[in-house]
Write a protein that binds this ligand. Structure first.
Ligand code: C2E
Ligand code: MG
Ligand code: MG
Length: 624
């Protein structure tokens, strides 16, 4: 076999394999044609015979027992090689087939028409066989060729079924992947190409439209957009309908990103300006460059989708794939996925506790429970990273449930040990939308036999402002149970004073961004002073977050702030370290003493913990 013959044979086999026909069960659609062939020729044997590498496999057969025969010396193999009709009136007279196994089994007559794909690959033959020598008329040969064409139409139709989107009539994602692989084989390795993904609307817009309008609106959007994209790209470029609201195409070879992006921007702008749906949808385009030969079709689609998603927020609504954004997105996605496992696992999540100090007395009066996550492979992940991801997902409820349960258990243990502190937990915005939050909190308190006032829930100002009416109703319900409420990160949101006045909160926690750097910023000091007075006038107790320095603490004292929390006293501590910290007052006395005047430090330390009950508990422990 010459090299070009070998290459043709390899392509032919590839075309055959792609159709996924070999070794599939019999099908009536083919059997009907085979039966018709046998009847029209008045012969006992007929078959749809596919030529595999070393066998003839029968997709359909009449009068044949075997499902396949060796390819060598099989006339159908000859048809596949030549792509021509083959008639053998008498095998015993034919030099090539006289000694073939078919002839040995008593077959004398053969006629086969090639089964040829649209791209010209011959898959095998539609054949009829007889046990007597026979002549063949031209009309019979025409019939055999027609039957072969019917078989091929059936094959192509079955193959196309899973490859064309019924709504747009465009090839679908499967076809994109297949064509992408072909392109990679055919085009020079290393050639730079661009994949383009057109997204018709944001997920929110799709769900709003589906809810507000009848479903034909979205169908119409797809059909109109498909027609527009086809018209813009011209008949020679293939456009794929890769997801319900997404189309993809590949740029022409030689097109650069610099040239293509402005073209896409202009086309999109024109397209949007004439679209009937322009007020309710935001189409966007993502572009991703790739190197022919090493790219993976599915991954290229994913990258283009990621760029199209980023493009929604870009001014032109066209964006180029960014590996950095993509990595960040994937990290967020994976973290969310992995956090679900962490919640049911035993050893990934834990709470740490940061003390809260009453400034006037110096006593530790409470602790804030803060969540920590040790990822099995990524190590420690900060709540600043994972909490915002979780808060936007359905896991917020389970997370708060986990924290509530752990914190109450810890609170019970501390109380049993004589340590009477108020414990604060952070609650997410979406928790306030859970109708049974207050009931669950009460149930938790009952389970651990704790009074409601030993628990404080911290809710950020912005969480409340997301849905003020609903949030307020839940805050009222929570306040009604007797647990305390704190407005966390105060000053960073947009709550109005009138709102603050009506809120059933006990505590306002001034955000650390106002406290850090306070020591030498007089304007900020003025602001913090006002925040303290105003909050207290409205009946709230004021806590300063992020107190790292003695002079800041001194300022807060002079401004009348009630409590402080920050690294000056302690970082968030593990359970055991927290207990030890409570026992060992010198840890923070030293910190305070080092940063404020000696007289003030002494006064502060003498006022400081151990608070009465803590001292009592310590004495009890020591005496044991
Ligand atoms: P947050 O509720 O405002 O908690 C205070 C944050 O400030 C904590 O960060 C704490 O470690 C940090 N911090 C305390 N003192 C100082 C200081 O002196 N200087 C500085 N620079 N930082 C200080 P963390 O633990 O990383 O938590 C960050 C945020 O994550 C929290 O802010 C809270 O919004 C959220 N978070 C933490 N745990 C939970 C939780 O269990 N549930 C919910 N929903 N959110 C949580
Ligand atoms: Mg907090
Ligand atoms: Mg805060």
């Amino acid at each position: 076999m010459t090299i070009s013959c070998q290459l043709n044979e390899a392509r032919r086999l590839e075309a055959l394999n792609k159709l996924n026909l070999l070794d599939t069960p019999p099908s009536d659609a083919f059997d009907r044609i085979t039966r018709m062939a046998a009847r029209l020729f008045d012969l006992p044997i007929a078959a749809v015979s596919l030529t595999d590498a070393d066998r003839q496999w029968f997709k359909s057969r009449v009068g044949v027992e075997h499902t396949s025969i060796p390819r060598l010396h099989a006339p159908c193999g000859e048809v596949a090689d030549s792509s021509r009709v083959l008639v053998i009136p008498d095998m015993l007279d034919d030099a090539l087939f006289r000694d073939s196994p078919l002839a040995a089994s008593g077959i004398r007559y053969y006629a086969g028409a090639p089964l040829t794909t649209i791209d010209g690959h011959c898959l095998g033959a539609m054949c009829v066989l007889g046990t007597e020598p026979r002549e063949t008329t031209q009309a019979e040969l025409d019939i055999l060729s027609d039957l072969a064409a019917m078989v091929m139409a059936q094959i192509e139709m079955q193959h196309a079924l899973g490859r064309v989107d019924p709504l747009s009539g465009l090839p679908n994602r499967n076809q994109f992947i297949e064509d992408f692989q072909d392109m990679q084989r055919e085009r020079p390795a290393g050639e730079q190409r661009l994949a383009v993904l057109i997204n018709l609307a944001t997920p929110d817009q799709i769900s709003h439209a589906a809810r507000a309008l009848n479903p034909s609106f979205l169908d119409e959007l797809v059909i109109d957009s498909a027609a527009w994209i086809r018209a813009e790209t011209g008949p020679r470029r293939k456009v794929y309908h890769v997801a319900a609201m997404q189309f993809a195409l590949l740029s022409e070879p030689g097109m650069s990103l610099e040239r293509y992006v402005p073209i896409l921007e202009e086309k999109l702008e024109v397209g949007v300006s004439i679209s009937k749906m322009r007020f309710v949808t935001t189409p966007s385009i993502g572009v991703t460059p790739f190197d022919v030969g090493t790219a993976d079709g599915l991954n290229i689609l994913r990258q283009a989708q990621s760029a199209a998603h980023d493009a929604i927020d870009s001014p032109t609504h066209v964006a180029v794939y960014s590996a950095v954004e993509d990595r960040a997105y994937r990290r967020r996605f994976n973290l969310l996925n992995d956090f679900a496992a962490a919640l049911i696992g035993r050893d990934q999540l834990r709470l740490v506790y940061q003390p809260r100090i009453d400034i006037a007395s110096g006593a530790c009066v409470g602790a804030e429970a803060l969540l920590r996550w040790t990822h099995p492979t990524l190590g420690a992940i900060g709540p600043g990273e994972f909490i915002p991801i979780i808060e936007r997902s359905g896991l917020a409820q389970a997370t708060t449930e986990w924290v509530l349960n752990r914190a109450l258990r810890q609170q019970q243990a501390w109380r049993k040990a004589g340590l009477e502190l108020q414990l604060s937990l952070n609650v997410s915005a979406s928790n306030l939308m859970e109708p049974d939050l207050a009931d669950r909190v009460v149930a938790g308190l009952e389970q651990y036999g704790l009074p409601p006032e030993c628990l404080e829930l911290e809710i950020t100002e912005s969480a409340i402002m997301e849905q003020p009416l609903k949030a307020n109703a839940m805050l009222e319900a929570l306040a009604g149970t007797g647990v305390h409420l704190a407005i966390d990160d105060f000053g960073t949101g947009y709550s109005s004073l009138s709102y603050l006045q009506r809120m059933p909160a006990n505590v306002v926690k001034i955000d650390q961004s106002f406290i850090l750097g306070l020591e030498d910023d007089h304007r900020q000091q003025g602001l913090v002073r006002t925040m303290i007075t105003m909050s207290q006038d409205l009946g709230h107790r004021v806590v300063a977050e992020g107190v790292e320095r003695g002079d800041v603490l001194a300022f807060l004292r002079s401004a009348g702030c009630d409590e402080a929390q920050g690294y000056l006293f302690a970082r968030p501590l593990e359970v055991e370290a927290f207990a030890a910290w409570c026992r060992d007052s010198s840890a923070w006395d030293d910190a305070v003493a080092a940063s404020i005047p000696r007289r003030e430090a002494r006064a502060l330390c003498s006022l400081a913990r151990p608070n009465a009950s803590l001292a009592a508990s310590r004495r009890r422990h020591q005496s044991r």
